[in-house]
Design a protein around this ligand. Structure first.
Ligand code: ADP
Ligand code: ADP
Ligand code: ZN
Length: 213
């Protein structure tokens, strides 16, 4: 099963993608997590990506596509995957489509997690991220068991540099301009499914299970 998660930054794509990955036994592939791991490791890729991410801009398609295609070519992706944060532009979606087509394959579901902009801005200040394992929490809605510490790996949780309100506003604008057109793209392919992302995360997941089961 190959799944694409769509939705604004902060809609809950990562939260849901992790639950899908655990429940259905497929890897969770997040381009944002790959970039952040590279920034943490001080790699040239990380240093390049950071210049865009800090501004709330997208990393160029060419670089992003290369990273993603390398990742999904790995063995653990053979039986499917859930993509979180990719594609984010029509050209990215077209390349992915063409690569899958060569393999006689396709995306089975594109799940759009719908959350209005007002809710997003409120949510993001409360997001805390683990840069070691990619887990995310919310100080009010999805708190870790111990404040500031990742439940899954024990690392320290941080407020991401790009989750400051100003940068969030910029990312939302970029989302509407460059990523939202993908809703149309996947609707035309007949694979778009929409879920309400404003309800509790367990209820969002119940709706997703209803689609995937
Ligand atoms: P969020 O989960 O808040 O939507 P991500 O972790 O997916 O954020 O992405 C963080 C940043 O990484 C983006 O703002 C962008 O700069 C970069 N990025 C991640 N995925 C992509 C992509 N597919 N194309 C271009 N840039 C990307
Ligand atoms: P995305 O990957 O789309 O950027 P995240 O999964 O990181 O979004 O979620 C953004 C923030 O909102 C995080 O702090 C997360 O814990 C929180 N969150 C996720 N789902 C919900 C929900 N259904 N209700 C309230 N907060 C949520
Ligand atoms: Zn962790």
């Amino acid at each position: 099963m190959k799944i694409v998660m769509l939705g604004a930054p902060g809609a809950g794509k990562g939260t849901q993608a992790k639950m899908i990955a655990e429940t259905y036994g497929i890897p969770h592939v997040s381009t944002g997590d790959i970039f952040r791991a590279n920034i943490k490791g001080g790699t040239p890729l990380g240093m390049e990506a950071k210049t865009y991410m800090d501004k709330g801009a997208l990393v160029p398609d060419e670089l992003t596509v290369r990273i993603l295609l390398d990742r999904v070519a790995q063995d653990d992706c053979k039986n499917g995957y859930v993509l979180d944060g990719f594609p984010r532009t029509i050209p990215q979606a077209e390349v992915l489509d063409a690569e899958l087509d060569k393999l006689g394959d396709k995306i089975d579901y594109a799940i759009d997690v719908e959350v209005p902009d007002e809710n997003i801005v409120k949510r993001m200040g409360g997001r805390r991220a683990c840069l070691s394992c990619g887990a995310t929490y919310h100080i009010v809605h999805i708190p870790p068991k111990q404040e500031g510490i990742c439940d899954k790996c024990g690392s320290e949780l941080v407020l991401r540099d790009d989750d400051k309100e100003e940068t969030v506003m910029k990312r939302l604008a970029v989302y509407h301009e460059q990523t939202q057109p993908l809703i149309d793209f996947y609707t035309k392919k007949g694979v778009l499914k929409t879920v309400d992302g404003t309800v509790d995360s367990t209820d969002v997941f119940a709706a997703i299970r209803g689609i995937l089961d």
